[in-house]
Design a protein around this ligand. Structure first.
Ligand code: WTA
Length: 641
């Protein structure tokens, strides 16, 4: 971090960029801070409301309600509004499958498909407020299913396809979904992910699930292994459906979706987002941060299973009537220039990805982007983790051709929308800094007592005022919602991140200060991995930490005490790693396992700081609070090995 703060390079947007930018001067910050409610009201007016709200905000901390009594439908705003107007034949989604096929859905096409599937849902007995779990590859049907839920007022809960069947089961049971939508499989790096097999295993123990709808992506009946009476083919249901389906008039505060994310306990949290505020927040920030124009070809590489995909691949871009690229597979398949090939092929103008992907591309070398024509690009973005200045510079030079502003966007599953980011036409950027809170956002860095810290001093990143796309609750667990986010500082949202400002007031995010780690841009709770580890019969106790990793940002490292009669060896380590894959998914697989006693304080707390020192091969700091000093020798031995 000290190193980051010495970053003095500043990059100003070119005058050509600024002249055409949606936002060209700073006055918007003042306007918004004078009255943030009025500011967001104006943004909400860009959406279509069946009935306008009576009042913009009711704020009884920690409970916010936005656009009270407003009636709105998210799918209507993302579809009909454009299809019934001038954008009927404008591409909404340009989809590219990993094996190379391509499909374009115009706003007219997408609207029709969503209406058809919305009727399928209704025919299966899905009603307003019912939960529907989606466990799908990155295919157009995923977006269709999401928007069909939104159209009829059902609540979608999307589970990333990289999660295991046990993780899926836990998430289905938590929100008691009636229906699961999946595919026979999805393509990834030339292989096939057998999603339906995982669904079969999961729903055996999900009493709420009545039906499973299956898209034939691979076209393999063996993979699909359909259960008669329970499982239905997507294409058969669609063939019998009707495309007459008016959008439900939802209340602004009706739930739009639940998205599970990792927290400080073993149990994932179902983050609740509602309709009017969420859509206002994502549509407004998408247009502003990405300087969106009518003819842009916008590409966000995130999987829709994460919040970035929800907000900036689907809801934000489609609410704005944008053309958005959706890609099914891996960046290095079949070759390491797949991203650049797609940009060249569709003449993408805006590209939004994670630092982890940039670091991987950087490692593969600039010869890959050099083979492709990237001159259509005019703006780049990053999200999900801090970007190291080296990766920023590579992105700027080799992808942006030194002409594209880079927006480093800070936000969270909970915040729903981007909160800290440059505005590309006016903000001078510094590699590694997300720069400043957006207009209408009241972010601060405070000390343990909640007082603002001076520039240069690290502290807790908090939000002092509500914003429209903020989470409303944790599904089924209001106490946890209050405790987790609102108990540390009065009437203030605590992000879980540490940060500093520099002498220009720019924000530098220093990463999580709770028990959450960020592996390749994916949020993983250390307690979640620990619960998976102690579930293995040989494991007595486990502690998990994030170790700095050149490519992934952080990697999972586990320290394990074995039960009597078990011996720590490579085979057992392998078996235990696989156990984590089964319990959570490959994204949480420990990179390394150390077998050892765990260092604890006299009050029994595991000294994670010490474990991080061991894992990162640093000298061990203060160990005087250890209950059992002999553990130190064991740990030092680990380091020596
Ligand atoms: C981290 C992803 C630095 C941060 C949208 C946050 C970032 C967590 C940035 C949320 C950024 C996200 N710079 N760190 N630009 N963006 N983070 O919920 O620690 O998957 O709390 O949402 O990612 O991760 P989540």
């Amino acid at each position: 971090m000290e190193e980051l703060l010495r970053e003095e390079r500043k990059f100003y947007p070119s005058s050509t960029f600024t002249k055409q930018a949606n936002i060209q001067d700073n006055s918007i910050y003042e306007t918004a801070s004078r009255d943030f409610t009025a500011y967001w009201e104006k943004e909400a007016e860009n959406l279509y409301w069946f009935k306008k709200w009576d009042k913009a905000l009711e704020w009884e901390p920690p409970f916010a309600k936005w656009f009270i009594n407003g009636k709105i439908n998210a799918a209507y705003n993302c579809l009909d509004r454009h299809a019934d107007g001038l954008r009927k034949n404008k591409p909404a989604i340009i989809w590219e499958g990993e094996p190379g096929e391509s499909k374009t859905l115009t706003y007219g096409d997408l609207t029709r498909e969503v209406k058809l599937f919305a009727n399928v849902l209704k025919n299966q007995g899905i009603q307003r407020g019912d939960r529907v779990t989606l466990y799908m590859p990155m295919i157009p049907e995923l977006t269709i299913a999401m928007l069909a839920c939104a159209r009829i007022g059902a609540v979608h809960s999307i589970v990333f396809g990289g999660f295991s069947s046990q993780a899926l089961q836990e998430r289905i049971n938590d929100c008691k979904s009636k229906l699961v939508i999946t595919a026979d499989g999805g393509y990834r790096r030339g292989g096939i992910i057998p999603l339906k097999h995982s669904v079969n295993a999961a729903v055996e123990n999900c009493p709420s699930v009545e039906k499973v709808i299956v898209v034939s992506r691979i076209g393999d009946n063996g993979l699909a292994s359909m259960h008669p009476g329970r499982d239905l083919w997507w294409h058969e249901l669609m063939a019998d459906s009707s495309d007459h389906c008016p959008a439900e008039e939802m209340d602004s505060e009706d739930m739009l979706f639940i998205l599970y994310t990792s927290g400080t306990t073993g149990k994932p949290k179902g983050i609740v987002h509602t309709t009017g505020g969420y859509l206002t927040g994502v549509a407004s920030t998408h247009k502003m941060v990405f300087d969106l124009k009518e003819d842009d070809i916008y590409w966000c590489t995130a999987d829709i299973g994460w919040i970035t995909g929800h907000s900036y691949l689907v809801y934000g871009p489609l609410a704005n009537g944008a053309t958005t690229i959706m890609y099914e597979g891996a960046p290095d398949w079949p070759e390491k220039d797949r991203f650049w090939e797609i940009i060249e092929k569709y003449k993408a103008t805006i590209f939004y990805t994670a630092p982890t992907a940039i670091r991987a591309c950087m490692k593969w070398g600039s010869k890959w982007p050099e083979k492709r024509d990237l001159s259509s690009l005019r703006l780049l973005g990053t999200v999900g983790e801090p970007i190291n200045p080296e990766a920023w510079m590579w992105y700027h030079k080799h992808i942006g051709g030194e002409r594209c502003p880079i927006v480093d966007t800070w936000w969270q599953t909970e915040t729903g929308q981007i909160l800290i980011s440059p505005l590309p036409g006016i903000t001078a950027t510094k590699p590694g800094s997300a720069t400043k809170p957006l207009p209408g956002i009241n972010a601060q860095i405070v000390d343990a007592a909640g007082n603002p810290v001076p520039n240069g001093t690290g502290g807790f990143l908090v939000l002092k005022s509500p914003w429209p796309a903020m989470l409303r609750n944790i599904y089924g667990d209001t106490d946890r919602f209050i405790f987790q986010y609102w108990s540390r500082f009065e009437n203030t949202y605590f992000t879980g991140d540490g940060a500093k400002t520099d002498e220009d007031g720019y924000f530098w995010i220093m990463g999580r200060i709770d028990d959450v780690i960020n592996v390749a841009g994916h949020r993983i709770g250390t307690m979640e991995v620990e619960s998976a580890l102690v579930d293995h019969p040989a494991v007595a106790e486990a502690a998990v930490i994030g170790r700095s990793h050149e490519l992934k940002g952080q990697a999972v490292v586990a320290f394990i005490t074995l039960r009597e009669g078990h011996e720590g060896n490579l085979d057992l380590a392998k078996e235990i790693k696989q156990h984590v894959v089964i319990k959570i998914g490959a994204l949480a697989r420990p990179e390394e396992i150390f077998f050892t006693e765990l260092p604890k304080t006299r009050s029994g707390k595991i000294m994670r700081r010490l474990l991080r020192d061991i894992a990162e091969n640093r000298s061990l700091g203060d160990t005087t609070t250890l209950a059992d000093a002999s553990v130190i020798n064991q740990l030092k031995l680990l380091q020596a090995n």
